[in-house]
Ligand binder design. Structure first.
Ligand code: PQ2
Ligand code: NAD
Length: 255
């Protein structure tokens, strides 16, 4: 009683980071919208199959085909395109609404998740406006209210971010992988998470970006005693905790 829990605010989307690496995705249509969809899919390492007559291809899509970045079929969609049980997702971006609806219905029969560009009632999921900086991705959705507004908000958010945030996150990723190798046990979980979080809040983005492999190895020495040295201490090979700045002058010894 008296405890405060979040109020439910329905009408949103479940925003996820769908892992399509090495999974088959079917794209129908080869225009400008398809070019954007294909770029997002390839950036997520999906295996893309594209169905679209050659005469309607956008130059970027033609480039993807020429570079063999997608498997291409020069024709209109056929229902048998959905027969491969390995297909996890279908995206259509075509200028013929009736064909779109047929594809949507077939996808539902086969229980394949689909996005029919510009037809919200025929979408299991919407796309959003995405900012990318290395491992960092930020997606803005207005839940169908205003795609252009999603674009504007995404640009505003991106403009407020430090330019090196993606690089800092990549370094943190490398450190985490090393930490899991040094302290792999499940029973280490809470300590590992607490130590990693402390490194992230204590070190500046610049420190994280400057961290090299040997700095990571040195920093990991402080995991067992559960300490967080400063970047300078790591570079100097000093143990943390033995010295502490007293805030007014010089360095004071803490026993
Ligand atoms: C974010 C983005 C991602 C992407 O597609 O990659 C995206 N649309 C983008 C651009 C854009 N789309 C449209 C315009 C013209 C201006 C305007 O209408 O605002 C512009 C602006 C432009 O082109 O600059 C027209 C449009 N779009 C939809 C409808 C149908 C409808 O609303 O009923 C109509 C009206 C057709 C008409 O009026 O006839 C529907 C959808 N578009 C969505 C996503 C999903 C909802 C996302 C959300 O609400 O946040 C949803 C529901 C389904 C889906 O397609 O997944 C991408 C920006 C990426 C970026 O630039 O960063
Ligand atoms: N959600 C968004 O972001 C957004 C933005 C603008 C437009 N759209 C909508 O997306 C759709 C596509 O837009 P576009 O600008 O890429 O169109 P486009 O005309 O440039 O391209 C359409 C493509 O679909 C192909 N095509 C048509 N029928 C086909 C079929 N049966 N099988 C296979 N390929 C087929 C054409 O050959 C062409 O390559 C339109 O309905 C448009 O209104 C969506």
């Amino acid at each position: 009683m008296g405890e405060k829990f979040p109020e439910i605010e329905g009408g949103g989307s479940l925003i996820l980071a769908w892992q399509v690496r090495n999974k088959k995705v079917l794209v129908v249509g080869g225009g400008e919208v398809a070019a954007g969809r294909i770029l997002n899919l390839l950036n997520a390492d999906a295996k893309v199959t594209l169905i679209s007559p050659r005469d309607g291809l956008n130059p970027e899509v033609a480039h993807r085909i020429e570079q063999k970045q997608v498997e291409y079929h020069d024709r209109k969609f056929l229902p048998s395109d959905l027969d491969d049980p390995a297909i996890v997702m279908v995206l259509t971006a075509i200028d013929e609404p009736d064909d779109s609806t047929v594809i949507w219905k077939l996808c539902k029969e086969k229980r394949i998740a689909a996005n029919i560009a510009d037809v919200p009632p025929e979408c299991d999921f919407y796309f959003g406006s995405v900012h990318r900086d290395g491992p960092l991705q930020i997606m803005v959705s207005t839940n169908g209210n205003g795609p252009k507004m999603a674009n504007i908000v995404r640009r505003r958010i991106a403009a407020t971010l430090p330019p090196n945030i993606g690089e800092a996150i990549a370094k943190v990723g490398a450190l985490r992988r090393k930490l899991r190798a040094v302290a792999p046990g499940n029973e280490q979980g809470p300590k590992r998470m607490q130590w990693m979080s402390k490194v992230c809040v204590t070190w500046s983005l610049e420190d994280l970006c400057d961290m090299e492999e040997r700095d990571m190895d040195e920093l990991l020495q402080s995991y067992a005693p559960n300490q967080i040295p400063t970047f300078e201490q790591v570079r100097l090979g000093e143990q943390p905790g033995s010295w502490e700045f007293d805030g007014s002058f010089g360095w004071a010894c803490v026993i």
